[in-house]
Design a protein. Structure first.
Length: 306
């Protein structure tokens, strides 16, 4: 038994965006948003049902899943493989666009319903100070800064950062953990794990089994996989170039300053120079911090001075 990689966005949309298997999306949404009993989603209508994408359009097409439930609430689910410049603003734009497009000019504002964005990320988006725990799920709402009460409940962003999920198969217990484990590890498995006892999760594994895919779907999936490898290769190359250039600049600066003080200033200059270049190439704070040893505060100061 061989499963496709759910992190491949073609596979992600085929699994979660099938109009014939909406139970998969419903189970995933309820698990991520913590919806139970009378608050649980009962049915959804997928606004962009999966269709085999044309290969020539895969370079630019953003393959996300959009759906509404029986109450008119909108859900946007996106699989994002790598960090790109302006990605946070793009997420916010998706949320705002989906909210405002619910009504036409002249219609009443009360017709606006809630919109939830769920981003499944194969990278760390939010920087954490060294030693601090990194949760794999974060929820972002509009809160009063003093009371922390949620007075505006229509907009919410949720992010699953896959690198922060490190539970082993035998450690997985909750339905949310089972879903995240599926997305992160399905393509490494030969059988459906014993913990996948939820019927909708079992359907997701069965949908991810390559034997059930058409030739066109497999070609689109494999082509997208090659594109992902190319993108990651470009990121790795940019990182190495940043290291080399930063080392060169730091060495020159250290030579000028002389001995201990010059070395310290040169190292700091090298780190800041590298951080600037990485920032320009779209790296996030966490990646820059890990490669330069600069603090989050120092990196954010560079952002302000740009």
């Amino acid at each position: 038994m061989k499963f496709v990689n759910p992190k491949n966005d073609v596979a992600f949309r085929k699994i979660f965006g099938s109009q014939n298997k909406t139970n998969i999306l419903i189970s995933f949404l309820n698990a991520v948003l913590g919806l139970k009993d009378e608050k649980a989603i009962q049915s959804v209508r997928i606004l962009n049902p999966y269709q085999t994408p044309k290969l020539e359009k895969l370079k630019t097409t953003i393959l996300d899943v959009r759906a509404t439930d029986e109450r008119g609430v909108t859900f946007i689910v996106e699989m994002q493989i790598s960090y790109t410049s302006g990605v946070r603003k793009r997420f916010a734009y998706y949320l705002a666009k989906a909210y405002s497009s619910q009504i036409k000019r002249g219609e009443d504002y009360p017709k606006l319903n809630q919109v939830f964005f769920i981003g499944v990320l194969d990278f760390v988006l939010f920087g954490r100070k060294k030693g601090a725990a990194r949760p794999y799920l974060s929820r972002h709402q509009i809160l009063d800064t003093e009371t922390h009460r949620q007075e505006f409940k229509d907009l919410e962003l949720n992010f699953i950062e896959l690198p922060n999920f490190d539970k082993k198969e035998h450690e997985v217990t909750t339905l949310l953990e089972k879903w995240v484990y599926f997305i992160k590890h399905a393509d490494d498995l030969d059988v459906i794990p014993e913990h996948a006892d939820d019927p909708s999760l079992q359907d997701a594994y069965k949908t991810a089994e390559q034997l059930g895919w058409s030739q066109d779907d497999l070609e689109a999936y494999e082509y997208r996989g090659m594109r992902i490898q190319d993108e990651r290769g470009a990121i790795t190359h940019a990182r190495e170039e940043g290291r080399k250039e930063g080392h060169k600049e730091g060495h020159k600066e250290g030579h000028k300053e002389g001995h201990k003080e010059g070395h310290e200033k040169g190292e700091k200059h090298k780190a800041i120079n590298m951080a600037c270049k990485m920032k320009a190439k779209g790296y996030n704070v966490a990646e820059i911090r890990d490669l330069t040893d600069l603090t989050v505060e120092e990196i954010e100061a560079i952002e302000l001075s740009e």
